[in-house]
Ligand binder design. Structure first.
Ligand code: FAD
Length: 417
């Protein structure tokens, strides 16, 4: 206790960002800092990132299967529906620092990008490491250092309204700063460092309301899963529907990936938020061909074998062979399997393999133009720690870039008016 009371042992900074993930690094890399000189003279750094792990951007490196789908193409306002209700609150931040700004930032940093047919924007090199390096380099130029092995366990407010400061305790060290930016992510892939512990800290230290946390964009598990041997095969365009008694059906279209035990790929991930245990999931492998059209074709051309199914409906041979086997020479059953292969959902793979967290710090507590907490001036929240998540396709990283930039702009204008 005596040690903590010793002010000399407390390290002081103007700004501390907690978390060296996509949002934290973008905030540190923001061009906004170029307008602000380091507040402490003689080259001394007054800006710090505290990271609990021993490396930065682990989840960023995993994103897009290591290729990093940095954002989504198209007019910025067209991105908003992908965030559901949160899109309305984050509208200003996403329009102000849009997908075009994220692209321009990386291109300026020497990372050329391209958009694929589905609108996903990726580095030409297909290397997430190039994206990470660009943000790390810009953060360094802006005077930020990253200190590893520092897990923030408590945040305490000090001082008066005029001179408010925040004391951050990591167990081994104590830090004091005027501005703290929380970029600690959600609970998904906890092994990457974002295990959700910060939600408890924010509830305890600031009394913040955290909405219920659920895995999002996660593979869907069904009672019977006949496709374990097809692990790794992707169908570029399927239609998946989810039905639940008494509720409206939900449909999504896109790519489907078979894993050894679950349905994955963008289409299954996007529908996973509705995949409650007991609901029925129906996969249409040949959309937009209808059941009647498929049935007529099967009868007319006497389609039976896997090879015939593969050729007639342009499906991978191994999937076609399995469907033909399951149809057991029944043309009607084959048409059903092709257009509505139906399974009972038992659940999802959970946080351990979810791409995002649904839920987080309630947006009503945040000033949407700056990401500052309404009743704690100097505290900002950005990225996945917020109750905001998007569809697959680059929307989640864009949310990180946009909220990070909003906070950087606001902090710079407060600290260096
Ligand atoms: C497999 C996978 C693939 C994905 N692919 C894409 C994609 O292609 N496109 C896309 O848009 N999105 C993708 N996402 C989602 C996207 O990666 C995340 O939304 C994004 O990385 C979240 O960034 P963040 O900075 O908010 O949190 P994180 O990236 O989770 O970073 C949080 C950081 O804070 C640190 N931290 C946590 N608690 C503390 C603490 N108490 N003290 C100090 N440090 C702490 C963590 O160690 C971590 O480094 C993918 C996610 C996964 C898991």
């Amino acid at each position: 206790m005596e040690k903590k009371a010793d002010n000399d042992r407390i390290e002081k900074y103007d700004v501390i960002i907690v978390g060296a993930g996509a949002a934290g690094l973008m905030c540190a890399a923001s061009p906004a800092w170029e307008q602000a000189k380091p507040a402490i003279g003689d080259g001394e750094v007054s800006r710090l990132i505290l990271e609990r792990g021993d490396r930065p951007g682990i989840k960023l490196l995993m994103s897009g299967g290591g290729h990093c789908n940095i954002t989504h193409d198209g007019p910025a306002r067209d991105l908003l529906p992908a965030y559901g209700k949160a899109g309305r609150t984050l509208r200003g931040a996403i329009i102000k620092y849009s997908n075009k700004d994220s692209e321009a930032f990386l291109k300026r940093a020497g990372v050329p990008l391209y958009s694929d047919a589905a609108g996903r924007v990726l580095p030409v090199s297909m290397k997430a490491a190039d994206v990470l390096d660009a943000y790390l380099e810009a953060a360094g130029r802006n005077g930020f250092r990253v200190r590893y092995g520092q897990m923030v366990r408590s945040i305490e407010e000090r001082g008066s309204d005029e001179e408010r400061e925040y004391l951050l305790d990591t167990g081994s060290k104590t830090y004091l700063c005027k501005t703290v930016i929380i970029a600690t992510g959600g609970c998904s892939y906890p092994k990457t460092g974002s295990d959700g512990a910060m939600f408890g800290t924010l509830e305890r230290c600031f009394g913040l309301e955290v909405t219920s946390l659920m895995p999002g964009l996660v593979p869907v598990i069904t009672e019977e899963y006949p496709y374990g041997d097809l692990a790794g095969i992707t169908l570029q365009h399927v239609r998946i529907s989810i039905h639940r008694d008494g509720e409206k059906s939900v449909h999504r279209e896109g790519a489907l990936l078979f894993t050894h035990c679950a349905f994955s790929g963008p289409c299954a991930l996007d529908i996973s938020g509705y995949a409650a245990s007991g609901s029925r999931i129906a996969i249409d492998y040949i959309h937009p061909v209808t059941f009647d059209e498929a049935y007529a074709k099967i009868r007319e051309k006497r389609i039976r074998s896997g090879k015939e199914v593969a050729e007639a409906f342009s499906l991978p041979r191994r999937l076609a062979a399995l469907l033909a086997e399951r149809a057991a020479d029944s043309p009607k059953r084959l048409a059903h399997l092709l257009t509505e292969d139906t399974f009972t959902v038992t659940g999802t793979e959970g946080f351990k393999s979810a791409m995002v967290t649904k839920g987080g710090v309630g947006l009503q507590q945040i000033v949407p133009s700056s990401m500052e907490l309404k009743d704690r001036p100097g505290v900002y929240l950005i990225g996945e720690v917020l109750d905001a998540d998007g569809a697959s396709g680059g929307y989640n990283l864009q949310m990180c870039w946009s909220t990070a930039q909003a906070a950087a702009n606001a902090v710079v204008s407060h600290l260096h008016p």
